[in-house]
Every structure is written in C-alpha cells, then in structure tokens.
Design a protein around this ligand. Structure first.
Ligand code: C2E
Ligand code: CA
Ligand code: CA
Length: 677
C-alpha cells in the first residue's frame, strides 16, 4: 500500500469543494461521523460500491474493507491518521456489496467544528482498477521483455554486485540466475580483459557508457566477447544501480576477421597478398639493426608458358604446390606472400649479417627447385630471386619492394640467384639497342629433320652475349626489347642475319634447299608495311622467298581479322611460308586455323614431352597430325628429346622433328659443319 502524504492536489482541494462536485460521477463521496458511521452517500458512491443510501447510512464504514484488513484494524487506523494529520491518502483493495474487489484511491479529510472538535470525515474514493491493471500490465510486459530480450541484461548495484539478470545473460555466461546473483562484475571478466569493473569510474561520472569490446568468461572459462552498455538507474530505496546490456559480438568479430583476412591474403594459396605483406613489412621498419630485415623477391621461370600450355587450372595447381612447399620449408623467421601471378615475396627478419642472409637465400632458392607432377607431366620449377636487405633507416616499404623486384630482374637477366645492386634497366635497354644497331646479336640454329633424316629447315634462335653479364637467353633479351619498345628492330635484325648466314651455308652445301625459320614477335602481319620489310630484307641479302619460314605463335595469327591477312597472303604468293609456333598452347579454333594462310604447324614441346609416358599426349599428337594433314599443312613436332618420342611420333605420321635428340641449337659455324657432315 502506498502512503503518500505529500501528494499536492489533495492538500489544495478542501472537503467542501469535493462535496460540491456532485457531478464527479466517477467519485464515491460520502461523509462519516466521528466514529466512522456513514452519514451521507452520493450517487457515485452508490454506483461504485453497489449500496443505496438507505442500505448504508448509519452503518460502519469498515464494511467496505476486505476481511483481513478489518481483522487488522486497518479502517480505524486510517481514520486515526486522518484525524491526526487532517487528511489521509491511501491506495488499496476495497469490497463492493456483491463481494467483488476493486483497487481504490482514497482521500480521507477530517472535519472539525469551529472550536476544533472532531466532527466526522469526508471520504472521496476513486476506482483505479483500470489504471492499476494498466500499470501492472506494463510492469509485466517489461518483465517479459527483460526475459525475452536476445541480449543479456543485468542489474548491478553501485559496487558491481549482480542483483538480477535475464535468461539471455544466464545462457550467454552459462550460469543459473541464483549463481549469478551475488557475484561481482570483476568475477565474470576473462583474464584477457584488463578494462576493470563494468561499472567503473567512467560510468559513475557520465551515467551512461558504451564499451564496444569487453571480454567476459563463461562459467566453463570460454571467453565471450561482448559489447557492453551501462546506464545508471535509481532503485526504489534511492540507491544507485546500473542497468547493463551485454551483446555477444563473437560472430561480428569472426566476420570482421574474415573480411580482414580476405583483404590481406591471396585467395588461391592462402598466403599473404601484397597488402598483407606491406603491412607486415611496415611493422618491421625501421629494423633494430641494419641488415636484420630483408626482402626476397622471387619470380618463377616459365610460368606463363606452363599456364598457356596446360591451362589456368594447372597453372593454379602449380602455384598452390609452390606455396605449400614454401610454407612447409621456410625457416620460422621468414614469411611468404604471393603478389601477382607467379611472384612470391619473402620477408626475413632477425638476420645476422651478410653470411646469414646468403644462407637463407640459398635455402629459399633450394625450396624453389622442385618438380611438380601436373597433368601426368613433371614440370620443373625454378625461380629468379632478387634480394634486398634493409640497410637504410629511412627506407619505405614501396621503394624497398621496388629495389627487391629490380634485383630479381637483374638476377633473371644473369640467369642465377645473386645479390644485386639496383640494376639500371635503362642502361640494359640502351646496350641492347646498340647491339641491334651493330648487329651483335648472335644466332644459333637448330635443324628440323624430316622422315628421311634430311634437314629441311634451320630455326634461328637468338643469343646475346652481354659484355658484363655474359650470355643471355632469348626470353630475357625479348623482355628487355619489349620494355624498350624495340621488338620489331630486334626481329628485323635477326631476319637479316639469318638470311645472310643461310646464304653462306647454302653455297657450301651446294644448293640443297634448307629453309631458314625466323621467329617474329615485334614484326606483325597486321602492321602496314609488314610485307615490304620482309621483301626488302630478302632483296638486301639476296635470299629467295622460298628460303624463308616465318614463325609466329598461334595467338598472333588468331587475332588477325580477315582483311589484316592481306600482307601475309602477298608474301605467301611470293613463296614465303608461315608456321604456327607453339601450337596447342593458344586454344585456337579449328575454323581459324583452317582459314589462316599458314603452311606449317609446330606442335608445342609441352605435348611432345609426354609422348611415350602419357597416352593423352600421343593422342593429341595424332589428332594434330591428322588435322594438319586434313588442312594440307606440314606438321613439325618440337622438343623431341628421345628416340622413343621420335618412333612414336613417326608412327602417328608427324612430317618432321626438331629437338635435342637431333641437335641442340648451335652457332652458325657449327651448323654449317653439321650440314656438311
Ligand atoms: P621456340 O620458337 O619454341 O624455340 C624453340 C626453343 O626450344 C628454343 O629455346 C630451343 O632451344 C628449345 N628446344 C629445342 N629443342 C629442344 C628440346 O629437345 N628440348 C627442350 N627442352 N627444348 C628444346 P630458346 O632458344 O631458349 O628460345 C626460346 C624462345 O624464344 C623461342 O621458342 C622463341 O619463342 C623465342 N625466340 C628465340 N629466338 C628468337 C628470335 O630471334 N626472335 C624472336 N622474336 N623470338 C625468339
Ligand atoms: Ca619457334
Ligand atoms: Ca616453338
């Protein structure tokens, strides 16, 4: 029951005014004599309590109370309070004539005679059942909400003791409610959480606090990351308490971690990606001691070729295999990332001087030397490695990586792993340009042999001996030429040298028709003037168009629009032949192949290498030769290394063969002797 003597309106409203308000239909207003007998009765009283005035006047007012209150002497106590203080306000259960109860709001005002004698009481009663039911419903709804809320909710006292908690919190922390009540916030924190009590100084001062990440501990010890929100509240007894909500953020954190992982890792191999690597590297800069951190930039040899020949899936498998081997074999102080394509970059820390770095580099190079079984073939892997140690305290991540990459290119150029200074790419391009201008590009020749054992074609393969770096392989030279935009000049130079040298062995050889095959990558049939360049070199060297085979890879031909084939057609009309090089690696359609003005198909050595071990490869070789025959093309198998391969290819009617089994590419002079012998 509510005893509230301070309710202001009750003080201001005098009894007379209330009596006058007969029209206040919802109020029971009646008078009692000094002993509590009913003296007057209004309509509202009749309506509320169910008695007519005849029935009630003269009877004691306690009949309106429930028996337990009567037994406790409560009605008389109320009157006594009113007579002492002048009035009394109350809320509580009262009883109607029919025995039903209602929730009443009661004001009792004592009436006194002018000389102060107690004269009786005026009672004003309002039925508050509805209102109280509403309050009760709201209270219950809040309680339900408390229980149903998906987040954990708890009520803590000012010192952090749990007073109450909902089911969600009990579930979240794995406690029964009575286990939880009587514990302190500090008891429920995970040891990793060093944030202090949930209701600490901050909450006390601001009264409201959101902490995005606290870690609680379940009863079994598992940590539960939570977002915690605390709001100050006042309890019924006036003391301070805290209403705290706990929102489990385990999944949210997991999602954020996944996103973060995706942003910093390579999807294919699971290694760090460029971004992840840069972050890791940035953390180590500047190093405690010069030279204790280094970057190894590694690039696979031949990856593009494998990828083109065996397909992207095989390429991906290869990269995964390399990644696995590196992960398993790298020393713990090294971490590997994959940047783009076949670039693997390794970060090494805690290095102890040059010798240590050299040892690590050598072990990394050893890891890269591997054979990967791929599509029933054994693919050899090697890599060029560029090394850059951090000597300078002010170096930044980007320029460090650039130096390492440049060192890798340098290593690639030298065909070995070495510790490079930043190589001057521009100087290299300049040197190549001068070599082309001075015709210092050497050619080696490799014979193509037909089924009678006769050399029918000599393929010219370029070699460049750099004054300091030594002999460089074609892929390196081509890369430099490509960067320097001089592929066409290089091709023209090779074309001129090849035709000139072919004229010399022809004369010695006594006129046997050995054609010379030249590879083109910068001179392209779609460029206007293509035929003119070829014709003028033929004229200049005195060679006949029939002496010349021009090799281009499948993709160059495949990209030609029909109207772009005119220059090719003109040269073919002159007697020049075209060969589709590395056939099988470019996935050309038959229709394209059929329409091209080419006379020769060169089956890529990737397929030849499996002939004899892989039935698929022999099948491919057979299909190719049949195709070539159907289209009226000559079919050459490249990369024939063994007599078994030769026999089998012969059995499927390949027209001619090229490969180490017959001869390696040899210098012009040696080739001349080969022909003579
Ligand atoms: P390609 O046109 O396919 O040339 C054949 C390559 O296969 C040569 O490599 C040759 O040495 C190698 N080879 C020959 N027989 C065998 C064998 O039995 N087994 C193995 N494993 N390999 C064999 P090389 O000389 O390193 O040339 C590589 C590529 O560089 C050539 O491939 C060609 O695409 C390009 N290239 C070479 N010289 C020139 C050139 O003068 N101009 C242009 N544009 N490209 C050239
Ligand atoms: Ca070729
Ligand atoms: Ca080839």
């Amino acid at each position: 029951m509510d005893h509230d003597k301070r309710e202001p309106w009750a003080v201001q409203v005098g009894a007379e005014k209330i009596l006058a308000a007969e029209d206040m239909r919802d109020y029971a207003i009646f008078a009692l004599d000094a002993d509590g007998h009913v003296a007057s009765w209004n309509e509202g009283a009749e309506r509320l309590k169910g008695y007519t005035s005849d029935e009630v006047i003269g009877s004691h007012f306690s009949r309106f109370y429930p028996p337990e209150q009567i037994a406790a002497g409560y009605p008389d106590w109320e009157l006594q309070q009113a007579s002492e203080d002048g009035f009394f306000i109350d809320r509580g259960w009262r009883v109607r004539k029919d025995g039903s109860r209602y929730w009443a709001h009661v004001v009792i005002a004592a009436q006194r005679t002018p000389d102060g004698e107690l004269d009786g009481f005026i009672k004003v009663v309002r039925n508050e059942s509805e209102a109280s039911a509403r309050v009760e419903r709201t209270r219950r709804r809040l309680a339900d909400l408390f229980e149903l809320a998906p987040s954990g909710i708890a009520l803590l006292d000012a010192d952090g003791w749990f007073l109450d908690a909902n089911g969600a919190l009990c579930d979240l922390l794995g406690y029964r409610l009575d286990d939880l009540v009587g514990r302190r916030d500090l008891d429920l924190l995970d040891p990793t959480d060093t944030g202090g009590g949930l209701v600490n100084g901050d909450t006390r001062s601001t009264g409201d606090l959101l902490v995005p990440h606290r870690v609680l501990a379940r009863s079994d010890g598992t940590p539960v990351p939570c977002q915690v929100r605390a709001a100050a509240s006042i309890r019924d007894d006036g003391s301070r308490s805290w209403l705290i909500t706990f929102h489990d953020i385990t999944e949210q954190l997991a999602r954020a971690m996944t996103l973060r992982h995706q942003a910093t890792h390579d999807e294919l191999t699971g290694l760090l990606n460029r971004r992840g690597f840069q972050e890791r590297l940035a953390d180590l800069l500047p190093p405690d001691k010069p030279g204790s951190v280094a970057v190894l930039f590694c690039d696979l040899h031949n990856f593009k070729r494998i990828n083109d020949a065996l397909g992207h899936e095989a390429g991906d498998e290869l990269l995964s295999a390399v990644a696995e081997r590196l992960l398993a074999g790298l020393p713990p102080r090294c971490e590997v990332a994959r940047f783009y394509g076949d670039e693997f970059v390794i970060l090494c820390r805690d290095l102890d001087g040059d010798a240590d770095l050299e040892a690590v580099t050598e072990s990394v190079a050893e890891l890269f030397r591997m054979t990967v079984p791929l599509r029933r073939r054994h693919v050899q892997v090697t890599a060029s490695i560029g090394v850059k140690a951090v000597e300078d305290r002010n170096v930044d991540v980007v320029s460090l990586l650039r130096s390492a990459e440049s060192a890798m290119l340098d290593a690639r150029v030298r065909g070995q792993t070495l510790r490079g200074n930043d190589h001057d790419q521009l100087a290299l391009e300049e040197e190549l340009r001068e070599a082309i201008a001075g015709e210092e590009i050497d050619l080696h020749y490799q014979p193509v042999v037909d089924n009678d054992g006769t050399v029918v074609i000599a393929e010219a393969l370029l070699r460049w001996t750099h004054p300091e770096l030594g002999p460089l392989t074609p892929d390196v030279v081509l890369a430099i030429a490509s960067r320097g935009g001089m592929l066409a000049e290089l091709d023209t130079c090779v074309l001129r040298t090849a035709l000139r040298e072919a004229m010399t062995w022809r004369r010695i050889d006594g006129g046997g028709a050995v054609k010379v095959a030249v590879n083109l990558s910068g001179l392209r049939p779609e460029q206007p003037g293509f035929a003119d360049v070829v014709r003028s070199v033929l004229a200049e060297t005195g060679a006949a168009p029939e002496d010349l085979v021009l090799e281009m890879v499948e993709t160059v031909f495949a990209q030609l629009e029909p109207e772009q084939r005119q220059e090719m057609n003109d040269l073919v009309a002159d007697g020049v032949q075209f060969a589709v090089d590395d056939f099988g690696t470019g996935y050309s359609s038959l229709a394209v192949l059929k329409e091209l003005p080419t006379q020769i198909i060169k089956l890529d050595r990737m397929f030849v290498s499996g002939v004899g071990t892989d039935p698929d490869d022999l099948g491919i070789a057979r299909a190719m030769t049949e195709l070539a025959r159907t289209l009226g093309r000559m079919c050459i198998a490249e990369g024939v290394e063994t007599s078994t391969q030769h026999q089998l290819l012969r059995a499927v009617s390949v027209d001619a063969y090229q490969g180490y089994y017959f001869s390696r590419p040899v210098p012009a002079e040696e080739f001349r002797r080969y022909l003579a012998g």
